[in-house]
Design a binder for this molecule. Sequence first.
Ligand code: DC
Length: 502
Amino acid sequence: MRIAIDGPAGSGKSTLAHALAQRLNLTLLDTGAMYRSVTLACLQKGVDLEDNDAVAQVAREVRIEFMSQDDKTQRVLLDGEDVTAAIRTPQVDAAVPTVSAIPAVREAMVEEQRRIGSAGNVVAEGRDIGTVVFPDAEVKVFLTADMSARAHRRAQQSSIDDPAREQEILDALKKRDEIDSTREAAPLVAAEDAHHLDSSNMTVEQEVEAVVALVEKARAAGGVQAEPPVQNEPAKQESAVPVAKPKSTTAKKKNDDKRTGPMRLFARHEPEEYYEHPVREFPVTSRALLGAAILVCAGISKVLWPWKVENGKTLWKAEGGQVVVMNHVSMLDPVVIMVTEWTHGRRMRPIYKSEFDGHKIVNWFFARIGGIPVERGTADVKAVRRAQRALQRGEDVLIFPEGTRVYSDDQEVEIHAGFALMAQLAKAPVLPVAIVGARDGAPGGNKPLRPGRVWLGVGESITFDQIAEKGRKKQAKAMEKRAMERVYALRDALRAAHPGKM
Ligand code: DC
């Protein structure tokens, strides 16, 4: 049994995890303490925290051990020295977000965390347990609490009884939340299949009961065996769970089939829930609606605009999620690409302008066909993150960077850059695609499209390895430019091969 508990600072993860470890006889894994220990080691050694390589080197070299002394405490040893108190100073508090945001540090920590978890019987708490460390944990909890409850809890932990200090704690928590949630490497997000628990008005006992009920349900539903309890350490005798042992080589198989949470979440059918879940896990009614829409669109479009896909394999056979960018000439464009994706077993998330959501029915429908709204003209971080997560789940994301239908070649077009950022964050390739023969030629776009043949040309995918520029922003800019050049080159080649078609 593996239990993953994620949540922001002060939500009560440690207390809950500790109580669960006692109750269910599980090994307690406090991953925050590991990032804190690396931070302390860097501070002690005088390592420049901005020097990612040097910090990562420390992360790989230190030996972190946990020791259960009695029922109440777990002590942390750093290279044999007890640092239980030293890792909780304001200096470490201030520096740990910088250290924990370094991808190579996270890699080293996650590897050790998985090694500890490979034996099972663990309750791990942190920020990325359900999403990165143990994505196949049998029970995942995302613990939250309102800000003032969290600040109050922190103040109590430090025996502080001063409203002004509590306000300071609250401000510091807000700052850390912001850093932890917006960093690039494993930001704090709830796993799709996590059970959300708001601890603001719950006692620890109530929280424990709630999680124990989930454990029992997981055991009953997923065939998870009730594992034999871990041997209890004799009282007062120290037991160590050493962290720096030979590395485990057993790779874990991702098991998506045990997800029971999402369907429950969909009970209310809020559009947001669709944006955050894979299309394949949509409620059956929504999937039926999407299937029906696809079949109707496929039938009508194939008769009126017989369309052909060239080099389709690159689109259909890609290994993971890809950002598909395309020129936009009519409302037929999304139909053709969505139909061809769906009929080849792939799922695609079209990014559409949020102005459409002004119509409730459109918002309702777009959510159910997998659409993700984007607010144009702003840095819509929410939309970028949603697209990033879809890509990481293996879904394709469809974007028309021109942002609107282009009715003639002299129309002024402003390319929207968000697609390169999505690809960059998800480490996904960008796939240029062009459509020819579908232009409706109507400024305002309301004239019916005349029947005729349509071609969809698929290019070769572009990865960031192929971009020579250095630095994130320059790379994104270069990707944006290269991808759109390829889209237009593909379009021009199709036009040349099919004269008269636009
Ligand atoms: O839970 P905590 O406050 O002890 O965590 C200390 C820091 O480490 C916090 O800034 C978030 C970070 N952390 C992380 O990035 N990933 C984890 N799995 C656990 C903690």
